[in-house]
Design a protein around this ligand. Structure first.
Ligand SMILES: [Zn+2]
Length: 305
């Protein structure tokens, strides 16, 4: 079984507090390290948590509001001073515009390639990255600037029972590889199906909404997810927010819980709390009435999925 480890580097919103840093999530998939957002002080938060920040190769920015990206500049400088050689890829809506600007701000050329990938923020679900074990997907969300949600979707795994395979005339080697890939293989006139000799382990799925008003795209992306991390800036919904001219850029605790319930996720973690809440118990209480498996993010909270 794979273990996906997450650390919340910040659980606050636009203005940080002593207790809550700007947003950032450190994700470790079996040694593949990445960040989802990189708010101010993200690198110090990683140091406090004892995380290997120099080994991060991919950074996914949900949108270019400073609370979600301001930590990137300092982190890139640290990579440079640390003699980094490996390419760093930064994903985000209009990423190249921002990465070009950061590069111009620096007196020196970086000793490593800083690659920007512009993420689609107008259409549906997009695949950004894929390897043998997992994919990273994005989907546009509803915010005041181009913004997306991200998803790590692990691929299903087939564990072959060699006893059963041998009984049917299969040995380890190219035939078995073909069976894994094509889900069936022919030996003479006999067809052997993968499901006859293997057990499927369902891949895990983790979704992070970024900043958004309640959004169907997040619900779609999060369908059946093991973990949904959702914006929960306020206790009340858009009516209350509109009154305070905060418009519809964010989601309330209850609305996030409705999304988790409708998407049938296994667990919901609320984050991006407004600084007005010294204590987020009222938000969690409200969400739990709708979706019991709700938790609150706090700085340096660790989660293993
Ligand atoms: Zn924000």
């Amino acid at each position: 079984m794979t273990k996906i480890k997450l650390v919340f580097l910040g659980s606050g919103s636009s203005v940080p507090t002593v207790e809550r840093n700007h947003p950032g999530i450190f994700l470790d998939y079996e040694g593949d390290l990445m960040l989802w957002d990189c708010g101010e002080s993200s690198q110090r938060q990683m140091m406090k948590a004892g995380l290997k920040l120099m080994k991060i190769n991919h950074i996914f920015i949900t949108h270019w509001h400073a609370d979600h990206f301001a930590g990137l500049i300092g982190l890139i400088e640290t990579f440079n001073l640390g003699q980094r050689k490996k390419t760093l890829t930064v994903y985000g809506p209009e990423a190249s515009r921002f990465i070009d600007a950061f590069s111009e701000l620096s007196y020196w050329n970086f000793g490593f390639e800083l690659k920007a990938v512009d993420v689609d923020f107008e259409n549906g679900i997009t695949k950004l990255f894929e390897n043998r074990s997992y994919k990273i997907l994005s989907v546009p969300v509803k915010h005041s600037v181009p913004a997306v949600a991200y998803c790590l979707e692990e691929k299903d795994r087939w564990n072959i029972d060699m006893k059963k395979a041998r009984k049917l005339g299969l040995e380890e080697g190219p035939m078995l590889e073909k069976l894994k890939e094509k889900k069936k293989v022919k030996i003479g006139s006999k067809t052997i199906w993968l499901k006859d000799v293997a057990v499927k382990t369902r891949g895990k799925k983790i979704v992070y909404s970024g900043d958004t008003a309640p959004c169907n795209n997040v619900k779609r992306l999060a369908k059946g997810a093991d973990l949904l991390i959702h914006d929960s800036t306020f206790l009340e919904g858009p009516e209350e927010a509109r009154k305070e001219s905060l418009d519809e850029r964010h989601t309330s605790a209850g609305e996030a819980a409705e999304i988790a319930k409708n998407a049938k996720v296994k667990k919901l973690i609320l984050t991006h709390f407004s600084r007005r809440y010294k204590n987020v118990n009222t938000l969690i209480k409200k969400a739990k009435k709708i979706f019991p498996k709700t938790e609150a993010a706090y700085d340096l909270k660790k989660v293993v999925i």
